[in-house]
Design a protein around this ligand. Structure first.
Ligand SMILES: Cc1cc2nc3c(=O)[nH]c(=O)nc-3n(C[C@H](O)[C@H](O)[C@H](O)COP(=O)(O)O)c2cc1C
Length: 309
């Protein structure tokens, strides 16, 4: 009932671990054994970098949210490749999320290098252009830059692993015009899927935590509505061409179901895991299956986008 097919891959269930938990691809096998249908490791940049000064992660406990301004702290491509040698591809589906170094002179070349070095280990590759914690990174979401970036990575893909699905992960803080640009570029046949969304730089009304004014990207429950709205909006624009992974504030089977009904083929989560621990994964899968059944759906595929007009 929970099995789902997307971009040529068969997912045992639609619940994935979002990027940022396993930045250096150290524990993908262990996270798959926790019950996730797929795991996305990264963001990995070509060169190692330490990220922003601490403190850089804040728990908004009263709001069940998290603010982070980590800034792509990671060990770089070579360290990730060493770790990935230990990963048994039979353990399950592994996405690798690639980014650019903060001080890079040529950010597009960083993504091309990331694909070249890491695709061999990946079930799919995600181009992350939506982290708010690397200055100007999100400018790559603009039409011309995005087209150039995707073209460069696709050139490498054709050479090293033509069958590797290529996804783009976007921010929830996009205007309608930004979304149209992204839809035009990603819907033109090169990109295989979208991930909606990364953390938000906005601060939805009603936050109660004293940490809510910290700079960085907000995730968890306060991100749910915004990211689900952008998911539905992108589904309207490209849902007939591109599967979408819905991310942002998922903490229950009902949340995952809502993402699917608003256009998600797959769902990811991270912040809720930090509040609820590993038992959450089994609970979400059980409740999602119950909800699908109760509404008369025989599979996840049947429920995708049914709430999007
Ligand atoms: C501490 C932390 C680190 C993150 N690091 C990354 C990252 O390196 N790359 C990325 O694409 N997203 C990263 N994210 C964003 C998540 O993958 C996800 O898009 C976002 O948190 C929304 O999902 P959630 O509400 O379930 O956490 C990070 C999130 C958190 C909380």
């Amino acid at each position: 009932m929970l099995a789902v097919r997307a971009f040529g891959l068969d997912f045992p269930n639609p619940i994935g671990l979002a990027a940022g938990f396993d930045k250096n691809a150290e524990v993908p096998g262990a996270m798959l054994r926790m019950g996730f249908g797929f795991v996305e490791a990264g963001t990995i940049t070509p060169r190692p970098q330490s990220g922003n000064p601490r403190p850089r992660i804040f728990r908004l406990s009263e709001d069940l949210g998290v603010i982070n301004r980590l800034g792509f702290n990671n060990g770089g491509i070579e360290a990730a490749r060493e770790n990935l040698k230990q990963f048994d591809a039979r353990s399950g589906l592994l996405g690798l999320n690639i980014g650019a170094n903060k001080t890079s002179e040529d950010r597009i070349a960083d993504y091309a290098a990331g694909f070249e070095a890491l695709a061999v280990y990946a079930s799919y590759i995600t181009i992350n252009i939506s982290s708010p914690n690397t200055p100007n990174l999100r400018d790559l979401q603009h039409r011309d830059e995005l087209a150039k970036l995707i073209g460069s990575v696709d050139d490498v893909r054709k050479r090293v692993k033509p069958q590797c699905p290529l996804l783009v992960k976007i921010a929830p803080d996009l205007t309608e015009e930004d979304q149209d640009d992204i839809a035009a570029v990603t819907g033109s046949g090169v990109i295989d899927g979208l991930i909606v969304s990364n953390t938000t730089i906005s601060r939805p009304g009603g936050l109660r935590s004293t940490k809510s004014h910290e700079q960085g990207g907000l995730s968890g429950k306060p991100l749910f509505d915004l990211s689900t709205n952008v998911l539905a909006s992108m589904y309207r624009k490209v849902g007939n061409k591109l599967p979408i992974i819905g991310v942002g504030g998922v903490a229950s089977g009902a949340d995952a179901y809502k993402k699917i009904r608003h256009g998600a083929t797959l769902v990811q989560l991270y912040s809720a895991l930090t509040y609820r621990g590993p038992a959450l994964v089994t609970e979400i899968k059980r409740d999602l299956a119950d909800l699908l059944r109760a509404d008369g759906f025989a599979s996840v595929a049947d429920a995708i986008g049914v709430d999007v007009k």
